[in-house]
Design a protein around this ligand. Sequence first.
Ligand code: NAD
Length: 294
Amino acid sequence: MKIGFIGLGNMGSGMALNLVQANHEVNIYDINKDVIDDLSAKGCVGCSDIKSAVKNRDVVITMLPEGTHVREVYLDKLGVIENSNKNTLLIDCSTIDIESIKTVGAKANQNNMSIIDAPVSGGVVGADNGTLTFMVGGSEESFNLALPILNIMGKKVVHAGGLGAGLAAKICNNMILGISMIALSESFVMAKKLGLEQSKFFEISSKATGMSWAMLNHLPVADIIETAAANNYFKPGFAASMMVKDLSLAQAAATTVNLNTPLGSLALDMYKDFVSQGNGALDYSAIIKLIEDN
Ligand code: NAD
């Protein structure tokens, strides 16, 4: 297939390379020229603007930081919708607000184009290894068209519902993760202060009712599990600033449905506090420092 890929950062670069390895022709564009040069040397086709990246493509994929970037890249006169063929399938994998994808979707529909939101879970390791989980929102027909491509970049692809449903799932999922990491951090700090060995508490809790995905994969304590950022001075991984973004999206989404989520709200305040102390580039599991310092 002929694919256009826009946004080749931590996530997008591994995803694009997996498509190249599966013998697809991948045009790439990013405002950062260095990543275009790097990936061009690895088999992608570097482009100097969006127009050339999306020209005559079967599929266009975007992996951008926030809703503002997605709206700009899709809706601008020089952007994706104006410059793609009508039968090009548009796939936005960014984690953004639901309103933005619906705005872009309305414009795509006006132009008789199909679009899905397909945010991911699994981090940079999942992007590099092609083991992401995709949560997809859009029509059944668009989902089926996208499936073979998403299956190259991921190991699990779920159709969550109509446009925006993938993002709803992603936002709710990350609210669980943000809250879980704080619960995990409080418990491990308290266990230590109560005189328990950290590894002993892990041995017990990981086999008891306190066990969680965050505990087994992102434990905020060093030298117990292999995949913890804590083993590497909290180098991300998934940055604390990204967690602030996702918990902010969760609070904004809760407001749209008049729901109070006090734990989600407190988790956001704690991550904001942590990031405001200059820790935004640390892994989100470093939030344990905030608890240790109190
Ligand atoms: P990133 O900042 O590393 O990459 C984003 C890329 O988009 C950058 O290369 C940037 O130059 C490019 N870009 C920005 N504006 C652009 C524009 N107007 N035109 C073209 N390119 C532009 O971010 P990331 O870590 O790859 O994350 C991307 C998305 O995936 C985010 O929404 C994030 O929340 C989500 N996500 C990230 C992770 C993770 O672990 N990093 C996990 C799951 C989901």
